[in-house]
Structure formats: C-alpha cells, structure tokens
Design a protein around this ligand. Structure first.
Ligand code: GRG
Length: 292
C-alpha cells in the first residue's frame, strides 16, 4: 500500500519507495506456508508507513558515500520497527485495535499469529544483517541491534511506558521513557548507516547523537499530536486504547519548545559534515514540523 506522499519531502519519497520494494522482496510470499504468518508479517511490514527510520539509515549511507549498500541495514531496522508495532498493540500491552487507520495486526489475524509474526520479524532482521555484510561488520551491527532491542532499550522503554500513569504528564516524566521506547531505534538507524558507511569513531558518535536527538524529538511530537487529538477531535482509535496508554502531555508549549531544542541539537551535531548533511537536516525539520 502506498505511503501518503504529502508526509515526506520529495527526495525522501524516492528512498522510501526503494526501501519498500526491498522489504517486499525479502519477505516470503503469502502463499508460502505458514500462510497466516507470512500474511501477518507483510501486513505490518509493507503497510502504509513513513519508513523514517530506514530512510535515516539510507541517508547516512549517502552522506558517507558508502561502498557497502546500507539497504540491508535499513531493511533490518524497519523489520524491528514493524515487530515493535505489532507487540505494542497486543491486548497485554497497549491493547490498541487500530493502527495506521486499519485493524491492528492481532485484530486482522489473531493474537497467536501476530506474536509469531513479530518474533519472525526480529529473526529476519538479524538474518538479513548476517547474510548481507562481512562477518566483522555483521557481528558489530548485531551487537548494536541487540542492545537497542533489549531490556535496556526498546523492551525497557516499553516496560516503563506500561507503568506510566494515565493522567497528563510533565516532560521530565515522559522523556526518559521516550528515550528508550523510540530514540534508541533512531540512534541505531543512524549508527548502522554510519557503520556500514565506514565512518570514523568520531563520525559514528556524531551521527548516532543526531539519530538519538531526532528520535526523541519524533516521539515528543508524537505525544503532542496524540494530546492535541485527544483534546479536540478524538481519533477513531482513541476508544480502542483500553489501557489508556496514549501519553498525554501536561504542558504542550514546553514540549513544543523541547522538540525544537532537540532538532537544533541534532542539526548542531551535523556541523562537521557541512553541506553533505543537507538532507539529514531536512529530515530533522520534517520530524519536528510534521502534523500527522
Ligand atoms: C522486541 C522489537 C521489540 C519490541 C518490544 C513493544 C515494544 C517492546 C516497544 C514498543 C515501542 C513503540 C511502538 C514505540 C512507539 C514508537 C512510535 C512513535 C511509533 C510510530 O512510529 P511511526 O509514526 O510509524 O514512524 P509508521 O506508521 O510511520 O511506520
């Protein structure tokens, strides 16, 4: 299914489309057993998405004029993202029935199939890294992915998110959760592009910091959009958030200011790259300016 073209600047759409085509090629067809699991994987991985994390990996590869193709790392990042969305929506987690304007994966298929699809997506991600890159690079990437997903990364962020109270929260309460729930995957997306592109240690650190700041800004903007939607015209899925985990921000102007600060910090970390980083700067602006 196509991604809404208005959501991304034009030059990003080209990367997004190449990435979507690659993902389609990597996943077994629906007709191959277990058909339900393959359908379920394709439903979320190839569904309407901004694919902003994978695009970030590709843009870092472009910046470094990478000799190795960053596409496999970008695809692996998107597989982890898709897996996290499926798990996040499950009844035992956020219990969300609608995702991207369509039934959540476990509603469209079944809880069992959704869990299998999510776990399969994770194994596919590591498998892709192992088959696409030479052993030392593949091992280093696997290490970064494992740390990103693990109990001190996405899993830890989700565990903390499930503990958040339902009432509107101060940024200081939300930010440490957003850091692990979302920023870590953006950091890994940029870092993976840097590693595949043969970045120096300093370049890798700067690009990882860029990913981290952009990722945190992305989640704060997401929280702002959720809060505004709740206050004005509830989105169709609102009634479906039975555990009430859509984060509500107590002070929207503080959050908006923080997102701008983070974008500025992200853009500052690109200074040594000069004009070669123009597209990454545009990505940072897109993340903060987006309205959906
Ligand atoms: C084992 C991978 C794994 C995860 C377990 C469930 C979980 C821990 C983490 C959930 C993390 C999560 C879903 C964070 C929310 C991030 C977020 C803002 C998602 C929406 O991102 P978009 O807008 O999605 O980029 P699209 O639809 O464009 O792909």
């Amino acid at each position: 299914m196509p991604t809404p073209a208005s959501a991304l600047p034009l030059f990003l759409i080209e990367h997004q489309q190449r990435l979507a085509a690659e993902l389609g090629r990597l996943i077994p067809p629906c007709e191959r057993p277990p058909c339900d699991v393959h359908r379920s994987i394709r439903y979320t991985l190839l569904g309407p998405s901004k694919r902003v994390r994978g695009v970030l990996t590709l843009l870092v590869g472009d910046l470094l004029e990478s000799k190795d193709d960053p596409m496999a790392a970008a695809a692996a990042i998107e597989m982890v993202h898709a897996s996290s969305l499926i798990l996040d929506d499950l009844p035992a987690m956020d219990d969300t029935a609608v995702r991207r304007g369509r039934p959540a994966n476990h509603v469209e298929f079944s809880e069992a199939t959704a869990i299998l699809a999510a776990v399969a997506l994770l194994t596919l991600a590591f498998g892709r890294l192992a088959s696409a890159y030479a052993p030392p690079l593949a091992a280093a990437l696997a290490r970064v992915f494992a740390d990103t997903i693990g109990s001190e990364g996405l899993i830890g962020g989700q565990a903390a998110d499930l503990q958040l109270p339902a009432h509107p929260l101060r940024l200081a309460e939300i930010e440490p959760v957003d850091e692990r729930k979302t920023a870590v995957l953006f950091r890994a997306a940029a870092e993976a592009g840097a590693m595949v592109g043969g970045a120096s240690g300093t370049e890798r650190q700067l690009l990882a910091a860029f990913g981290d700041r952009v990722g945190l800004a992305f989640q704060i903007v997401d929280d702002i959009l959720d809060t505004i939607c709740d206050e004005t015209s509830p989105r169709p899925e609102d009634g479906q958030h039975r555990r009430g985990h859509a984060t509500a921000i107590a002070d929207l102007s503080e959050a908006r200011q923080r997102a701008e600060e983070l974008a500025a910090e992200a853009i500052r970390s690109l200074e040594p790259f000069g004009s070669r980083a123009a597209r990454l700067r545009e990505l940072a602006r897109f993340v903060v300016d987006r309205t959906e």
